[in-house]
Design a protein around this ligand. Structure first.
Ligand SMILES: Nc1ncnc2c1ncn2[C@@H]1O[C@H](COP(=O)(O)OP(=O)(O)OP(=O)(O)O)[C@@H](O)[C@H]1O
Ligand code: SF4
Ligand SMILES: [Mg+2]
Length: 328
């Protein structure tokens, strides 16, 4: 069966987006010129070291940026329509209903003195306008959807395991029927087995509800099982994007190459994560040219001077002068 043009259209488009934080009256750019697009049902990973701008990207998309942050360039479109990200009030009808987030550390996000079924029912009342009784029914349905028996809804957060609490967070994120879910390190605080269960649940929900998923992580090894495409971020920019098998098999950007090499692989005796030498850049003192040049083993002269553009390269995109045939 041939897909209709609408099924092929992008659900979410991030178009040349830049965000600044005001830090002691000094503006510093946390993300710069980020562009990517997402289709319904697609799973994309956003990977990068701490401080590379992953959470800022998620917050900008959902209109949850902190008060000292602002979008200074670019736009976000949902189903082809520009989102009013500059206004908190205008974003309210969109937030959680179109795009929703699951954060790490469910214990901090849940109210410790309220039963979980009520915590899930609350967004159904507030954002969907459901009467209390219907909201409780919806909350029970959501509990079942994320693999928690509805009768556990009477529990308080401390009575649940870490994995179950994270399932509650996923249920809350699904409350308003969003079509895009962003998981911001949703499994970081969990043990390896629970981490695999939560990633499996997200994958199953994605298929069942035809959700688009943006999975944020600093760990490439969680990407292989869960995502179709991966975007590698460095110092607030996307430096490589491609299909997961291709990027893992043949990373093009030197930073991606080091990230892929750093994945432990007991099959060839590599049991420990090998850190990438050097420090991630400071936002207030970003290196000139390609921000990776002070750490890059392949840097050439132009790298310290000119910012490489994220250009098409094979099936994906890469921002590196070594892949720009016009420069050498
Ligand atoms: N509220 C804020 N005020 C000022 N600067 C901020 C704020 N939040 C984030 N930043 C800065 O913006 C940059 C990007 O941060 P962000 O949290 O998006 O990174 P991240 O990739 O999610 O990192 P992590 O893996 O540690 O979660 C960092 O340099 C960070 O210090
Ligand atoms: S542009 Fe230069 S410094 Fe940056 S990743 Fe490519 S080779 Fe390395
Ligand atoms: Mg983060």
């Amino acid at each position: 069966m041939r897909a209709s043009p609408l099924e092929n259209a992008f659900l979410l488009e991030i178009d040349r987006l830049s965000v600044v934080y005001e830090l002691k009256c000094v503006p510093s750019r946390a993300i710069e010129n980020i562009s990517f697009a997402l289709r319904r049902g697609e799973a994309v990973a956003l990977v990068g070291e701490s401080g590379s701008g992953k959470t800022t990207t998620a917050m900008a998309i959902t209109g949850l940026l902190s008060p000292n942050a602002s979008i200074c360039a670019g736009e976000i479109r949902y189903r082809g329509v520009r989102l009013p990200v500059e206004s908190d009030a205008a974003m309210r009808p969109h937030r959680w209903r179109e795009t929703s987030v699951v954060f790490q550390g469910a214990m901090n996000a849940l109210n410790p003195v309220q039963r979980i079924v009520k915590q899930i029912a609350e967004p159904c009342m507030l954002r969907l306008g459901l009467p209390r009784k219907d909201a409780i029914s919806r909350a029970k349905e959501l509990l079942e959807l994320v693999g928690i028996p509805p009768n556990r809804g009477a529990a308080y957060p401390h009575e649940l395991s870490g994995g179950m609490r994270q399932r509650v967070m996923i249920a809350m994120a699904l409350a308003c029927h969003p079509s895009v879910i962003i998981g911001d390190e949703p499994t970081t605080a969990l043990d390896v087995i629970t981490q695999a269960q939560i990633l499996r649940l997200l994958g199953e929900l994605r298929k069942k509800l035809n959700l688009a998923l943006i999975l944020i992580t600093h760990d490439l090894s969680v990407v292989a099982e869960s995502c179709d495409r991966v975007m590698i971020m460095y110092a607030g920019r996307i430096v490589e994007e491609g299909n997961v098998p291709e990027v893992f098999a043949k990373p093009k950007h030197p930073y991606t190459q080091l990230l892929v090499e750093s994945i432990p692989n007991p099959a060839n005796g590599k049991r420990m994560i090998r850190p990438i030498p050097g420090d991630p850049p400071n936002l207030l003192n970003r290196p000139s040219g390609c921000a990776f040049h002070p750490r890059c083993p392949s840097a050439i002269e132009i790298c310290a001077v000119e910012v490489p553009e994220l250009d098409k390269c094979g099936q994906g995109r890469v921002a590196c002068h070594l892949h720009d045939s016009s420069k050498h």
